[in-house]
Design a protein around this ligand. Structure first.
Ligand code: ADP
Ligand code: SF4
Length: 703
């Protein structure tokens, strides 16, 4: 008997969705349907090749017709350390990539590779080669590296063309079915040659668009000549850089596409830079790219794929029926739900885990750590922990579980344990499930976050073995009286009001009578009295910026104070920082960076420069402290203090996780809930001393 429970029974799907399951011919290969996982980074790359192979394989299993790699560096003279992407520098990289191709093929999908020569996007910190681009320019990196790229001459151009061609042949040997020519996102030399912003050359590769596309055309022609009989050759291009005629813009790029109309086997159309293409739901609706990409199909007879964080099935169908796209491209929706195509095919709409557009996945790349996802806690854990987004191991005992708290952590634990077959009691103080996401989803721009609760609620509805009790604030006495053997504490956290955070590690001076609020107060509907509100953001993720935005919207004179260099600085990792600061400025918020909040008085606050310590006093009616949270751990501590009574009560274990253990992101909470549920009654997978598998680089001989 199988050790696994496969979740979900097929239902009937409306026939209007059938169009999404038509095969699409892409040059010499055929995609089984219209679902296309476009290239996306994942923070694993060359460091975690087997984990990556499994992650892509699960997407193929989930029904995507095409599953692509992230950027794959194809020559040592252009690498993007410290970012961890894949490499196909030479023959020795082939086995790792072949392993991925095999996993993708096993799942019945076509495998695509995005070959990338980053050129002036990489300072070459590892190889120490001099970067190259169309012009003598400082490298265009997120970190303003003090390195310049040199202008490529005719020989350099010939060399890169040769290296690309050699890499194409290696890619074919890996088994890829689609071999990309990547010219998008401002991330690579081909894009740089297209854009006048970088390319002001006076040779045959600069000037008018015929010249600026010359290199892209040559490389595409060479790629097709080498592998076009068996592999499809897509071009990935950005239709707009969103900077007017100073950068690439729609009309110009449409002319470029027109000139190469049927040269590639597929057009993959995006916006540049990446931050414009992968905007969070706070700053862009589903399908925000549509006005830019809708003209492309009339320029070519080849299939067109594009992204837009699409999760609405009707929207996908209309994109195809209206002739805007042939294939529905997805990175984030495929991360949040690797089984999205299969669920649509099987009419299992209640089982879809919709992407919330938070870009926590992107932060994996920026922090060089394996990708994680708020909605899909199994992401990047498929191999190293043996987790699967749609399958769970059968319960190993009949012992029931009590979960206290129906936030993201408790909900994820409840639905996973329920699917495993455990009998679960979920007790929630409130009258609705969702915990923090219910409240946060009401804040400006965060409405899509409620999907974290929605998906899990819909799963619980299908689980007769999970019983939910509302209006239940459980005490240690209650829990002992229930006598349920396993107790999971997921009671969440509370925003602090003593100013403790990154800057003040002990309580800050606050005068009696000063008006101090926390984000929790605001979310509970308590608004400051007076006109002048100061936000002290020592949390540095989204909440401080959101509070400032809300206060400004409500008409307060809002001053946002941060000891960091900019508003919501951690959101650089979710590619939102620029958008947040812009929005705050446009809403009239005064931003004070490199500034500390030293003391809160009645009617005034004391600020200081974080460098000189020079103080100033400003008139302030109320302060919103966005600093840190404390776990709601009373119940956990009470139960721990009464451990002597557990055995008589029939309790075996009491475990706190999620914010109740240590407050963090929602992604941390869903992961923590999943982990509790995955590991219950099983040995955590242990390799050496680790609870996960780790791939070790093979040692070469010492000399
Ligand atoms: P997490 O992100 O870790 O899931 P949340 O704060 O979102 O944390 O959720 C915690 C949930 O637990 C909230 O819905 C809260 O109402 C509930 N809760 C807190 N304390 C208790 C308790 N003693 N009994 C039952 N539910 C509780
Ligand atoms: Fe979507 Fe957030 Fe998951 Fe990324 S982390 S796929 S944006 S839900």
């Amino acid at each position: 008997m199988s050790d696994w429970v496969n979740w979900g029974a097929p239902q009937k799907r409306p026939s209007r969705y059938d169009v999404l399951f038509e095969p699409v011919k892409i040059g010499p290969v055929t995609a089984r349907n219209r679902f296309y996982q476009v290239p996306h980074c994942n923070g694993m790359g060359y460091r975690d090749p087997t984990a990556l192979a499994h992650m892509r394989g699960v997407k193929a299993e989930g029904g995507w017709a095409v599953v692509c790699t992230e950027q794959v560096e194809f020559h040592y003279s252009s690498e993007i350390t410290p970012f961890i992407e894949l490499r196909l520098w030479d023959e020795r990289d082939i086995p790792a990539l072949s392993r991925m191709v095999d996993k993708i093929h096993e799942g019945g999908a076509l495998a695509g590779i995005e070959l990338a020569y980053n050129g002036m996007n990489g300072p070459n910190l590892y190889s120490r080669e001099v970067p190259m681009g169309p012009a003598h320019l400082p490298v265009a990196t997120f970190t303003y590296d003090p390195v310049q790229a040199r202008r490529m001459d005719a020989e350099d151009i010939r060399n890169v063309r040769k290296w690309h061609l050699e890499a194409v042949k290696r890619a074919k040997r890996c088994g890829f079915d689609l071999i990309y020519v990547y010219a998008a996102h401002s991330l690579g030399f081909l894009h740089h040659f297209l854009s006048r912003r970088y390319n002001q050359r006076t040779d045959e590769y600069g000037g008018g668009i015929e010249n600026r596309i010359r290199l892209l055309r040559e490389i595409t022609e060479e790629t097709k000549a080498a592998v076009g009989d068996t592999c499809a050759v897509p071009i990935r291009i950005s239709v707009d850089e969103l900077m007017g005629e100073g950068g690439l813009y729609k009309e110009e790029v449409e002319d470029m596409i027109g000139l190469m109309a049927d040269l590639p086997d597929l057009w993959d159309v995006t916006l540049a830079g990446w931050e414009n293409d992968s905007r969070t739901s706070r700053f862009a609706e589903e399908g925000a790219q549509e006005p830019f990409i809708m003209g492309v199909k009339r320029l070519t007879s080849k299939p067109v794929v594009g992204v837009g964080r699409y999760t609405s099935v009707d929207r996908m169908v209309s994109l195809v029926n209206k002739g805007i796209l042939d294939m529905i491209g997805a990175a984030r929706p495929s991360i949040a739900d690797p089984f999205l195509p299969k669920k649509i095919e099987e009419g299992r709409f209640d089982d879809i885990r919709e992407c919330i557009g938070c870009n926590i996945c992107v932060s994996g790349d920026f922090t060089m750590s394996p990708i994680r996802c708020t909605q899909n806690p199994t992401m990047a854990e498929e191999w190293r922990k043996g987790w699967h987004p749609e399958k769970v191991r059968k319960a190993k005992s009949a012992k029931p579980v009590l979960i206290v708290g129906g936030g993201p952590a408790g909900l994820e634990a409840a639905q996973t344990l329920g699917k495993r077959g455990y009998s679960v009691t979920l007790a929630e103080v409130g009258t609705e499930l969702g915990g923090r996401v219910l409240k946060e989803a009401k804040l400006p721009g965060l409405s899509a976050w409620v999907r974290v609760a929605d998906y899990r609620k819909l799963q619980l509805h299908q689980l007769a073995n999970v019983e939910t009790y509302f209006d239940s604030r459980l005490t240690a006495d209650d829990v002992l009286a229930f006598g349920i053997p396993r107790v999971a504490i997921a009671t969440g956290s509370t925003w602090r009001k003593d100013g403790v955070g990154h800057h003040h590690t002990v309580a800050m001076p606050i005068s009696d009578g000063a008006q101090v609020l926390s984000p929790g107060d605001i979310m509970d509907g308590r608004m400051p009295s007076g006109k002048r509100v100061l936000i002290w953001d020592d949390d540095h993720y989204y909440m401080g910026g959101v509070m400032a935005e809300l206060m400004a919207e409500k008409g307060y004179d809002t001053v946002y104070v941060t000891p960091a260099s900019e508003a919501s600085t951690w959101t650089r990792n979710t590619m939102e920082q620029h958008f947040i600061q812009k929005r705050l400025l446009e809403k009239g918020v005064t931003i004070r960076s490199f500034t500390a909040l030293d003391a809160i008085g009645v009617g005034e606050t004391v600020l200081s420069c974080t460098f000189t310590g020079r103080q100033e006093r400003i008139a302030t009616d109320a302060v919103v402290l966005v600093t840190a949270r404390l776990p709601n751990e009373d119940l956990f501590l009470d139960l721990r203090a009464r451990q002597a009574e557990w055995a008589d009560a029939g309790i075996e274990s009491v475990t706190a996780f999620g914010d109740a253990l240590a407050p963090a992101t929602i992604a941390h909470a869903t992961y923590a809930g999943r982990r509790y549920a995955e590991e219950l009654d099983g040995e955590p997978l242990v390799e050496g001393a680790l609870p996960f598998k780790r791939e070790i680089t093979e040692l070469l001989p010492l000399d």
